[in-house]
Design a protein around this ligand. Structure first.
Ligand code: UT7
Length: 363
């Protein structure tokens, strides 16, 4: 049977760090509260658009697969923080990677579940024989949507990009199962209310911008149930038992959600990859960034059974079960990096302060 296997992987994390101590200097919060409630210590703030981070992550993934962009049939760009709506951010990534006209490209917005949705979509296109090589990139600049006057959301989000190359195999490797869902009855629990085309005239008239708004408790409750349910379903649909899972790579939104998902799968801590302390919640990018780090740190061996599980705005959720292929080392390496920035952290955040208001301690 033809399956899709991950043959390349890469990430791009912007250099500027926003630490819990920095946030303590801006608002009534504490390192202890943020650490205990979310597991986050610091996050990155991007000085470039999502497409630029995507192109760097994509270049690393292509090199790891030993491929050039001309070998890629399709680019799927998972993001909810697009450079532009027209053209799709995938067009910017396509241009930056100098992809040929024959390489198709589109955006997929499933919020924080975007990478797993894209992984499943790409794999099914490969299984069907429609395409052979697909580059899936998740790139997010959530910092642009952070309202630093709202401490309940301002401490959670960051920027990053991660990418994988998928190729066909006739071996017993690759994507074994995938599940996706959408609970739109709860769509108002996580939204950017002033975003989207229908709001545009109001933007111009009232100049009223709103950042990320979230009912944290409700989203938390649903995330725990959905990530657990879908992970178990993905394992079962693959014809495997919970004992067969070697590694869970969950969406990194909250360490307590991750711990609850791990408990549901009966997994010990060493079978769960977390890096939320370093990057916070980077929406669709969390899983591919975590995957690249897990590979570098030896968490994955040939044939490892890896579960990916995500949850996000919509409210979407998705899980996929992957049997890793024969290779855990990159074939080649890329020297792609972001253009450097001279701008300080506070200079980067100033645009947020101007748009959404100054945090209380900086007024
Ligand atoms: O990526 C996609 C989906 N997103 C998620 O999955 C996120 C899901 N939700 C969460 O991760 C958690 O709900 C949060 C981390 C957002 C919040 O944790 P919580 O344990 O649910 O806290 P809470 O919202 O119930 O707030 C508890 C208290 C409140 O004070 P009172 O009302 O008890 O006096 C908040 O005002 O903590 C207060 N609080 C803060 N205190 C210090 C809220 N934000 C902060 C803060 N620093 N940054």
């Amino acid at each position: 049977m033809r399956r899709a296997v991950i043959s390349g992987w890469g990430r791009c994390v912007p250099p500027t760090v926003l630490s819990n101590a920095d946030l303590e200097g801006m608002m009534d919060t504490s390192d202890e509260w943020i650490t205990v409630r979310s597991g986050i210590k610091e996050r990155r703030i991007s000085h470039v658009e999502p497409s630029e981070m995507a192109a760097v992550a994509g270049s690393h993934a292509l090199a790891a697969a030993g491929l050039g962009i001309e070998d890629i049939d399709l680019i799927i760009l998972a993001s909810c923080t697009s450079d532009s709506v027209v053209p799709a951010t995938a067009a910017h990534v396509h241009r930056l990677l100098e992809a040929p006209v024959a390489t198709a490209a589109f955006d997929l917005n499933a919020n924080c579940s975007g990478f797993v949705y894209s992984l499943i979509t790409a794999s099914k296109m490969i299984e069907s024989g429609m395409y052979s090589r697909v580059l899936v990139v998740a790139a997010e600049r959530l910092s642009a949507l952070i309202d630093f006057t709202d401490r309940s959301t301002a401490v959670l989000f960051g920027d990053a990009a991660g990418a994988v190359v998928l190729e066909p195999t006739e071996e017993e490797y690759g994507l074994l199962s995938g599940c996706m869902q959408m609970d739109s009855s709860a769509l108002t629990y996580l939204e950017v209310t002033e975003d989207g085309l229908h709001r545009m005239p109001e933007r111009h008239m009232e100049d009223a911008y709103g950042g990320i708004a979230m009912n944290g408790r409700e989203v938390f409750r649903r995330a725990v149930v959905a990530m657990g349910d879908l992970s178990v379903r993905a394992v079962t649909a693959a014809g495997l038992d919970l004992d067969d899972v070697d590694l869970l790579i969950p969406h990194q939104a909250n360490i307590r959600i991750i711990d609850a998902t791990a408990r549901r799968l009966k997994l010990p801590a060493h079978k769960v990859y977390t890096n939320i302390h370093a990057y916070g919640n980077t929406s669709a990018a969390t899983i591919p960034v975590a995957l690249t780090e897990a590979l570098e740190q030896g968490y994955i061996s040939p044939g490892s059974h890896v579960v990916f599980a995500a949850f996000g705005g919509g409210l979407t959720a998705a899980a996929a079960m992957m049997r890793w292929g024969e290779r855990t080392e990159p074939l080649e390496r890329s020297d792609a990096v972001l253009a450097p920035t001279e701008r300080s952290l506070m200079e980067l955040l100033d645009a947020n302060f101007q748009v959404y208001g100054f945090p209380e301690k900086l007024k």
